[in-house]
Design a protein around this ligand. Structure first.
Ligand code: ATP
Length: 307
């Protein structure tokens, strides 16, 4: 028997007035997965997850969360799916402890807020008695994750969680998301950051102009975008360009005025270059191998532009 997916979005369409925000989006998220939604500004990411949360009604297509329609079964879906609050939903004067207690009281079977506060580093020092307005950016994000998890949900939506955080707070937040995943909670993660998607997500949907431009594992997206590996070095003696161009997987060979060579190819080409150099007893200075990253794949898939 196949398991019901945690989330299933099929042919989703949503327009605001005459303006189409989501034209055609489909994806399935399995239980326990960290699924990323990546895309330029205005691509339709937030609209998509708001439809998953039941905050917006699709114009066409279907959305299911644990098999339920989030609009018609809103209460049941709220028990399954935790969502972050918009910061504006919290009073500036509410303390961390009050916010945790208040939001726990909204749920029939809430998680123990003290355990959550401990897990998310909100129980240290005076954080629990600090007012929301006085928290640092990283602490606000941790509270936001805690409030998303307070109903003890099976899945959670995290939208642009690390935007505006410094690199250290961002890395700490990534560790928290990894903890959430390790506790078995499914994560739907909206992000602008390639590094974040590459590190955290099992699969990623790249959304561009309201459509899924590609859906794969981060490694699969990199392969699919046919961006390649570049091997560059300066040989101790001249090499024949034609011999380099004939190496397995080599796509192009460029020689700079200073004798530096850059070969675009694959992992296979890297090995072939090393053997060729050994055969000719040539040493390589400044040898570098630049692997394609999800950044390259993303730019290739979305034509590079933030709109
Ligand atoms: N409430 C709304 N009313 C009118 N237009 C909207 C509304 N919300 C979003 N839009 C428009 O719909 C399109 C998609 O927006 P959406 O917020 O879903 O994209 P996004 O990918 O999340 O973008 P960002 O990364 O900038 O948050 C954009 O052109 C946006 O201006």
């Amino acid at each position: 028997m196949t398991k019901t997916p945690m989330m299933e979005v099929t042919g989703l369409r949503k327009a605001y007035g005459g303006r189409t925000a989501v034209a055609d989006v489909s994806f399935t998220v399995a239980e326990g997965e960290v699924f990323g939604i990546l895309g330029p500004n205005g691509a339709g990411k937030t609209t998509t997850v708001e439809c998953v949360e039941g905050l917006r009604t699709p114009d066409a297509g279907t959305v299911r969360v644990a098999g339920l329609d989030p609009v018609t079964h809103h209460d049941e879906v709220t028990r399954v799916l935790g969502a972050q609050l918009q910061q504006s939903e919290l009073q500036p004067k509410i303390t961390v402890r009050e916010a945790l207690e208040l939001y726990a009281s909204f749920h029939e079977r809430p998680a123990d807020w003290r355990v959550l506060a401990e897990r998310l580093g909100l129980a240290e020092g005076r954080v629990l008695t600090t007012r929301f307005a006085k928290l640092s950016g990283g602490q606000k994000q941790r509270l936001s994750i805690a409030l998303a998890l307070i109903g003890d949900p099976r899945a959670v939506v995290l939208d642009e969680l690390t935007t505006g955080l410094d690199p250290r707070a961002r890395r700490e937040t990534w560790e928290l998301i990894e903890d959430v995943r390790d506790s078995g909670v499914t994560v739907l993660l909206v992000t602008h950051f390639m590094e974040e998607a590459q590190r955290l997500c099992d699969r990623v949907a790249v959304i561009d102009q309201g459509r899924v431009a590609a859906l794969d594992t981060p490694a699969g997206l990199i392969r699919r975008a046919t961006v390649s590996t570049v091997i560059s070095f300066t040989p101790s003696a001249p090499l024949d360009d034609r011999e380099l161009a004939a190496l397995p997987g080599a796509v192009s060979v460029r020689t700079a005025d200073d004798g530096g060579i850059a070969i675009e190819g694959t992992d296979e080409t890297v090995n072939a270059v090393v053997s060729l150099l050994a055969r000719h007893r040539i040493t390589a200075r400044r040898l570098r191998v630049t692997e394609a990253t999800l950044d390259d794949a993303y730019l290739a898939l979305t034509n590079g532009a933030d709109r």
